[in-house]
Each structure stands twice: as C-alpha cells, then as structure tokens.
Write a protein that binds this ligand. Structure first.
Ligand code: DX5
Ligand code: ZN
Length: 229
C-alpha cells in the first residue's frame, strides 16, 4: 500500500515489534492494529552495522497481509551495513516505507532514489551522535527522516534528552512535506514533548510491548500523539 502525502504529515504512532513476543508475533500485531495504529515499525539488524540480529524479508512477507488488510503501512528500519543489497527483497516482502542510515550509505541519493523507484517511501535515518549536517541535501530526496534518540541495536533504552533540541533543529531544516520520525526510548512520559518539538511519526517498542496489554498501551500512546498539538 502507499503511504499517502497526508500520512507523511499526520501524527502517527508506529509500534516497533522489536519488543514483541516473537512466538506470538501475529497476535501482538493484531493487538496494536486493533488499537487503530496506521503504521507498524520493523527493525532489521544485520549484526554488523549494529551489534544485534533480528529479522528480514521472509518474516516481513508473512506479516504483511494482516497489516495491510487492516489498512496500516509497514515501515522497515534497516540497521544494516549494505542496505542496497536488500531493497528489492523488502519491496517484494511488502514494505511501504524503508529507511537507511546516513552512516551506512556512501551514495545516499542513489539509494533513496532506488527505494522510491521500487514504489516505497524513502527514509534517511541518523544516529544520536551524527551531526544533522551529515543529512546535507538528502532531505530533498527523502520522504522522511528517522532521528534516533537512542543508539540503534536494542529496544528498551532510555531516551537521550539532548534529542529534543536536535528534533527542533531538524524540523526547521526539513521541507514541510517530509515526515520526522523519532525512534528510541519513547514512552508515555515524553511522547507529547517529542511531538511538540516537531516529530510527527513516533516509534515505540518497549512502551507498547514491554508489559501489560499491547492494545491498551498502543491506544494510550496513539491518543497522546494524535491529540497533542
Ligand atoms: C532500536 C530500534 C528501535 C527500537 C525502539 O535500535 O531502532 O525501533 O525498537 O524501541 P524502544 O521504543 O523500546 O526504545
Ligand atoms: Zn527502529
């Protein structure tokens, strides 16, 4: 499915399945879809760009029909050293938006253009200690920027407080049509401040799947995201 221009500008809660119970992945996703989420965030790690390994296209292909049938989009966050190798596989598996790290791409314009040519929205992801200057002209060729507010690799980490000011500066340098996604340590306590700083796509993993009922947690967080501002 297509991530519409409207969704690029909309306030969105994107639950990250990284903290879900992988033995019950389908049910965990159904729970957040029942809460009305418009996007599901899938973290792909290769054990090279980040010190962890997760899932890839075959798992995504199994999950895609239920996500799309519910009218939600799939946002794949590639924390891999050579994303170009996998773009076609993710498109075929059903990804609707794919982000690649500025730290991993030597030819970002080519990579972002390829993602778009495959019919997906193109995102550029940036680590906490990477200067916004590294994004350079890339915001002109991207549909969204994914700003990491923890170091990539693991769920359940603490939001880096300096990220709030970075969100403000990033929003100011981005064209209005480009979505600003924040990923890492988002919870009930900080989600409204993150939104007010200028982020409109909010990823939450542990806060949704880390305990309690995932549908309820997603519903509360989604309410905070959509009602603020
Ligand atoms: C971290 C991932 C995040 C992670 C967020 O490397 O990119 O998407 O799942 O999880 P929380 O919300 O638990 O920080
Ligand atoms: Zn992520």
């Amino acid at each position: 499915m297509t991530v519409s221009e409207e969704l690029l500008r909309a306030p969105v809660l994107a639950p990250s399945i990284l903290s879900a119970d992988f033995a019950r992945l389908g049910e965990e996703i159904d729970a957040v879809l029942a809460a009305g989420v418009e996007m599901v965030h899938v973290d792909v790690m290769d054990g090279h760009f980040v010190p962890n390994i997760t899932i890839g296209p075959p798992v995504l292909a199994s999950l895609a029909p239920r996500i799309h049938d519910a009218g939600a989009a799939i946002d794949a966050h590639l924390m891999v050293s050579r994303p170009d190798q996998y773009l076609e596989a993710f498109a075929q598996a059903g990804a609707d938006a794919v982000s690649v790290h500025v730290e991993a791409c030597a030819h970002l314009h080519r990579t972002l253009t390829r993602i778009r040519d495959l019919g997906m929205r193109a995102g550029v992801a940036i680590n906490p200690a990477t200067s916004l200057a590294a994004l350079g002209e890339a915001v002109l060729f991207a549909d969204y920027v994914l700003m990491m507010s923890v170091n990539p690799g693991f769920g359940g980490q603490t939001f880096i407080p300096e990220s709030l000011d970075k969100i403000r500066r990033l929003r100011a340098m981005m064209p209005p049509r480009v979505a600003l996604e924040v990923d890492g340590g988002v919870d009930r306590e900080n989600i409204v401040r993150i939104r007010e700083a200028g982020a409109n796509w909010l990823v939450a993993g542990f806060a949704v799947f880390g305990g309690g009922n995932a549908q309820v947690q997603a519903g509360v967080l989604r309410g905070l995201v959509t009602e603020s501002r």
